[in-house]
Design a protein around this ligand. Structure first.
Ligand code: LMR
Length: 398
């Protein structure tokens, strides 16, 4: 069967991690995949997660199947976090949530659900966007278009061009928006800008599909849901794909959720019936462990407080590394103004390093950066920052 078939190219992000693992250089640094690391370079199991797991091991009586959409306590916890506990959407019952395997799984389940009824719709993604958005929506059968987002000259948001593009998107098309911590640029919309985008969505009738993979990595758990609140306020249909991979460090437990918000509780019930059929034909029902851990933490006052504290530590360390990188590059005499790195939010920044520099760093210094120059700031530590800055200086000087 495979004799005449060409191998597929490696994944642009996870393929890089495979290469990094094989690299024997003891000084190697992975600034590729979006995984948090502490200052020792380790991706820790959060203390609140360990405590919840301990509790679960004691209490768990069965590993029988979960409902198709997952544990209702998990769905409730997700809605409280993503929409805000006091949200009118929750009180009115106009949202439904299914546990999906990670943020990627959530995006795909939502994409399949939309495709079931709107196969002719186009999906609009920001330029640039997370590479896998193209893969996920393409695999679900959608044609993909781009709207303007990042301005490489200003290293900031091109809001005017973005709005021009969003104005032209027809009713029923789907617009993927990064709720916070834009991947790959680290450039987010401000509050007034989000209000404008939500009003435009209501006016034009396109469907917002919010990718909310980094809640808590921007300004804080509550602050980061600002965009979600604006779409909730205008009373339209929208989707939220959320993930506990980053903010709970539950990467390999594949703990995400798809939330479908509709104008009424009746419509939400219809959406859930079809959501269940999409899940049933994909993976039947979700894995339990990560969802149980997240719900246990979110429903315990003590563990919840511990989580917020640990999340703040992760967020603050990344901010420190942003500053250290800007200072380190200046100290090494690297030409150019890199102050934009300190202004961006979340794990990522578009470094502005060319593909040639990216390749040189990998071949000569075992420093792994995603093509296009996206760097994960959490891969930097106080021990490797000088090594990275001097390598970048060498790469630029050639
Ligand atoms: C990333 O962008 O690096 C993360 O979201 C991990 C992934 O699955 O690509």
């Amino acid at each position: 069967m495979w004799k005449t078939i060409q191998p597929a190219p490696p994944d642009s992000i996870l393929g890089l991690t495979d290469e990094f693992r094989k690299d024997q250089n003891p000084s190697k640094v992975n600034l590729g995949v979006g995984v948090y690391k502490d200052d020792t370079g380790n991706t820790p199991v959060l203390r609140c997660v360990k405590a919840a797991e301990k509790e679960l091991v004691e209490k768990q009586l069965s590993k029988s199947y979960l409902p198709i959409s997952g544990d209702p306590a998990y769905a409730q916890a997700v809605q409280g976090l993503v929409l805000g506990g006091a949200s009118e959407v929750i009180a009115a019952g106009r949202a439904v949530t299914a546990h999906a395997p990670g943020g990627t799984g959530a995006l795909r389940v939502g994409a399949d659900l939309i495709h079931k009824f709107s196969s002719q719709a186009k999906v609009w993604v920001s330029s640039p966007t997370w590479a896998n958005h193209n893969g996920i929506f393409g695999a679900a059968g959608f044609e993909i278009e781009r709207y303007a987002y990042y301005n490489p000259e200003s290293k900031g948001l091109d809001f005017d061009r973005m709005m021009d593009d969003l104005q032209r998107i027809p009713v029923g098309d789907v617009v993927v928006l990064h709720t916070c911590c834009h991947n790959p640029s680290g450039v987010d919309l401000g509050q007034d800008q989000w209000r404008e985008v939500a009003a435009l969505a209501a006016q034009k009738g396109w469907i917002p599909y919010l990718d909310f993979a980094y809640q808590g990595f921007g300004d804080g758990v509550n602050e980061d849901r600002f965009a979600v609140e604006q779409f909730a306020a205008v009373g339209i249909d929208f989707f939220v794909a959320s993930s506990f991979s980053k903010n709970f460090g539950l990467y390999n437990e594949r703990t995400g959720a798809i939330t479908v918000v509709t104008p009424s509780a009746e419509e939400a019930a219809v959406a859930m019936s079809h959501l269940k059929s999409v899940v049933r034909t994909n993976y039947s029902n979700p894995p339990a462990h990560g969802g149980l851990v997240a719900a246990t933490i979110l429903n315990s006052q003590e563990l919840h407080a511990m989580w917020l504290d640990e999340l703040a530590q992760m967020r603050n360390r990344i901010v420190e590394m942003r500053k250290a990188l800007v200072e380190g590059l200046a100290k090494q005499g690297v030409e150019g103004d890199f102050s934009f790195i300190a202004k961006q939010r979340g794990m990522f920044s578009f470094s502005g390093w060319s593909d040639d520099v990216v390749q040189w760093l990998r071949d000569n210094r075992s420093i792994y950066v995603v093509g296009g120059g996206r760097i994960n700031l959490a891969g930097l530590t106080t021990s490797n920052i000088d090594y990275v800055c001097s390598a970048v200086a060498d790469a630029m000087r050639r």
